[in-house]
Design a protein around this ligand. Structure first.
Ligand code: LFR
Length: 465
């Protein structure tokens, strides 16, 4: 059969990439065209994203993809959630803030003074994260001046196509979608002083956003699960309702796919979210601070040393260390913002910041603490949804971290099936390919996941007693 091609732009909080995806009978492949670092940049007024640099990488990456593969039929874009750009008549009103900027704390108080968290949870189904978009809006006076607010993938799609839309899975992370209907909760927005005009028309994954025209010709931008986690979950080769997933990159998103939201008091108390998935599925999960703890630690050490600390060799050395006696709570709010991570973790452990000779042991403590939080959160997810979890799929960059996968198996007592590493880009590609009709009609997520399992057989980690 013929092989067809699409381009996937996938922006994570620590790195971005542009991929060519190829699909056909028995074919599901990714070719990386560009990969570039990403991260918080400090400006006079706080932490931001360098959106112009990202846009440059996206534009150049797409041009290179189309040079390499002229058969590309469409483009899909996903990124981390919650962050936005405000547009006025002349373009962006300001550089988008990074969700880890602490100004959002002000927004939290302002929002909860108008709508208490219990009521918010009933309406939007979201776990409390201080950076959920509605809190950011409440701390951002420029919202009042904006024509429209676009989340990051929608902002980039607007630059490509001129169309201003809100893809629904990512819009669900704003806190302004009604968890039952999946539509904007305009009365909530109004109560919070957010003008309705800034909330654009919603589109679903699979819909065409618009067309991009350049010297290589004209092609559609197709909405995918533009929240990276929504795309990742598409490509988790789940085979039973009792499977849990962990999408592990900067964050570890730990939970289940459900047909309907759970907004009980118990789910609220456990801080579980009901985010929108592709095909109307619910991503019932909790954010565990994931590889951020490691990447920020490595960043601090590298800056201190004046030369890059190599993560793979650090992890190899960590694997040789004995299992630590003491762990810290990977979910602790004190670890959320950028800067001097080793010292902050050491403070939680009640020990001095590690010297150069103690780095492997310290990295081991971080990995085991993340695994412990993963295992705990899988148990909570099963309890809340009344499911007997029997396997954990771990996808994303964390699937390369054998130490983490094994520790998660050991601490949960469940087998961990690791991979695919590039689940997010695959989910992006698969949703585009399905919309283009590459797989015929009536193709379900289960059909897509069978293709993933065939093309990327997971690596199994059994719990050791
Ligand atoms: C993962 C992710 C999470 C979201 C966090 C902030 O990359 O998208 O799902 O909670 O980043 O946007």
């Amino acid at each position: 059969g013929t092989v067809r091609a699409v381009a996937a732009v996938d922006l994570g909080a620590t790195s971005g990439r542009v991929m060519i995806g190829r699909v056909g009978d028995g074919v599901l492949e990714l070719e990386q065209v560009a990969r570039f670092p990403n991260g918080p940049v400090q400006r006079a007024d706080g932490w931001h994203w360098d959106i112009e640099a990202l846009w440059g990488h996206v534009r150049d990456g797409l041009a290179e993809a189309r040079r390499r593969e002229p058969a590309i039929e469409s483009v899909g874009i996903d990124s981390w959630a919650v962050d936005y750009g405000l547009l006025g008549p002349g373009g962006l009103l300001a550089e988008p803030f990074h969700y880890r900027d602490e100004r959002t704390a002000r927004g939290v108080d302002a929002v909860h003074a108008v709508v208490p968290f219990e009521e918010l949870y009933r309406r939007n189904g979201l776990q409390f994260l201080p950076f959920n978009t509605l809190y950011q809006y409440a701390a951002d006076p420029r919202v009042a001046d904006a024509e429209v607010s676009l989340l990051i993938p929608d902002l980039l799609a607007e630059r490509l196509t001129g169309r201003r839309v809100a893809e629904r899975t990512n819009a669900s992370t704003t806190g302004l979608l009604d968890v039952r209907t999946g539509e904007w909760d305009h009365s909530l927005a109004e109560a919070l002083g957010i003008p309705s005009r800034v909330l654009p028309t919603l589109v679903d994954p699979g819909e065409t956003v618009g067309r991009v025209a350049d010297e290589h010709g004209d092609l559609p931008v197709i909405a995918v699960g533009s929240h990276d986690t929504a795309s990742a979950v598409v490509a988790v080769p789940l085979s039973t309702p009792n499977a849990a997933y962990i999408s592990c990159g900067t964050w570890g998103l730990v939970g289940l796919e459900l047909p309907a939201p759970i907004v009980t008091d118990a789910a609220r108390a456990a801080n579980f979210t009901n985010e929108g998935g592709v095909d109307g599925r619910v991503r019932f999960l909790h954010n565990v601070t994931g590889l951020w703890l490691l990447s920020e630690t490595v960043r601090a050490w590298s800056e201190g040393d004046g030369e890059a600390v190599d993560l793979p060799s650090l992890l190899a050395a960590a694997a040789e260390e004995p299992a630590p006696a003491r762990l810290f709570d990977a979910d602790d709010g004190a670890l959320a913002s950028p800067g001097d991570m080793p010292a902050r973790i050491a403070a939680l452990l009640g020990m001095p910041s590690p010297g150069a000779a103690d780095r492997a042991r310290f990295a081991r403590i971080i990995v085991e603490s993340i695994a412990d939080a993963f295992a705990r959160t899988v148990r909570t997810a099963g309890d809340l949804a009344d499911r007997e979890i029997d396997v954990i799929h771990l996808v994303g960059g964390g699937a390369l971290n054998a130490l983490l996968c094994q520790a998660t198996a050991d601490r949960s007592g469940l087998p961990v099936l690791a991979g695919p590493v590039e689940a997010t880009a695959l989910g992006n590609v698969l949703v585009q390919a399905r919309a283009l009709g590459c797989f015929g009609d009536g193709v379900s997520l289960e059909d897509l996941r069978r293709r993933v399992a065939e093309a990327f057989p997971p690596r199994r980690f059994d719990p050791r007693t």
